[in-house]
Design a protein around this ligand. Structure first.
Ligand code: FE2
Length: 334
């Protein structure tokens, strides 16, 4: 049942730590190598694209999982709600990570962040500054595109709108965006950049790191063309700031190597690890004063909305209900 964790290297003096991860192995391996070098603790990784929380729950008290690395505060909250976590009690973590990116009950800790920004056609969009609320204006009729409204990235954004504008206003904005869409929501964030490149829409919702991923994609070089056709506008930069979401970590309830797990979590909040972790996926460190990759720096300065992540998480269910209620994924109605 735990064969995937079978050790391939001889035992190290510092013991081991077992990581379940939704993050791809190449994103975390450079960090784990460094952690092992510094501490002598071997890091074993299980990666999957779904079902890790359920797996930990099913494994119960015999689960080998020490920590879970996940993306989106909604998924982190979900892990906590499933009862598979225990509090992360660490002064080091509290010093390194601002309170808005940590669960007040210590159930999860944010490690990197990304902004949900606008991808704007270089040719067809002249505006320098825009807000999420501006998207419902008549000049955007037939010009917007996005992935499904039910995707966690858009749910996070719509939850942010509820927190800032109230549920009534947020509903109007989600409806207004729906009616200004050039086509029904589909594809992922990169597909929206492609649609801009193809002239199918002018302004899209997308996460910051995909710009870096597209610009440097050598396996599919056409993505570099999509990235060139667009520029990034950081929404609401004159106001509350751009909506951000986090990747983060939870400590498993039955962690067999709890002390090592805490060492690893503390390491992930250090200056050194923060910059490497943010850099490999073109994200932002959450620890203040550190810089993202040059490609991301070149997009301009992001002013993150200071809304605490747990506040955002609180409105996710309502956001999802709005998306259903207005049939966002059905495309324009008016
Ligand atoms: Fe993504």
């Amino acid at each position: 049942m735990v064969a995937v964790l079978a050790p391939v290297a001889p035992a190290l003096a510092g013991g081991e730590v077992n990581i379940y991860s939704y993050r791809q192995p190449d994103l975390i391996q450079p960090l784990l190598d460094r952690f092992t070098k510094e501490t002598g603790i071997r890091a074993n990784v299980v990666t999957a694209s779904a079902g890790l929380e359920e797996r930990i729950a099913a494994e119960g008290e015999f689960s080998p999982a020490d920590i879970l690395l996940s993306v989106d505060v909604g998924r982190l909250e979900n892990a906590k709600a499933l009862g598979i976590t225990q509090p992360i009690e660490s002064k080091v973590v509290e010093q390194n990570i601002p309170a808005i990116y940590r669960d007040p009950d210590h159930g999860w800790v944010g490690l990197t962040m990304r902004g949900r920004v606008f991808y704007a056609s270089r040719e067809r969009v002249k505006e320098e500054k825009l807000s999420y609320e501006d998207l419902i204006r008549p000049e955007w009729k037939g010009r917007l595109c996005t992935r499904s409204g039910q995707h966690v990235y858009n749910i996070g954004l719509f939850a942010n709108l509820i927190a800032n504008d109230g549920v009534g206003e947020a509903t109007k904005i989600v409806e207004g965006i729906r009616d200004n869409l050039a086509m029904k929501p589909s594809g992922d964030d990169r597909a929206q950049a492609k649609a801009i490149w193809a002239g199918e829409c002018d302004l899209a919702l997308g996460n910051t790191y995909y710009v870096g991923l597209m610009e440097t994609d050598t396996r599919e070089p056409e993505q570099q063309e999509w990235a060139k056709a667009m520029r990034v506008i950081f929404p609401n930069s004159d106001g509350r700031g751009t909506e951000v979401n986090i990747s983060g970590v939870v400590l498993a309830k039955n962690a067999p190597n709890k002390a090592n797990a805490l060492k690893l979590i503390e390491f992930l909040t250090s200056d050194e690890a923060q910059e490497i972790y943010a850099d490999v996926n073109f994200e932002y460190p959450v620890k203040p004063g550190l810089k993202p990759n040059k490609v991301i720096q070149d997009l301009g300065t992001m002013k993150p909305d200071p809304l605490p992540m747990w506040e955002l998480a609180k409105y996710r269910k309502q956001a999802s209900e709005i998306v259903d209620k207005v049939d966002f994924d059905g495309g324009p109605q008016n």
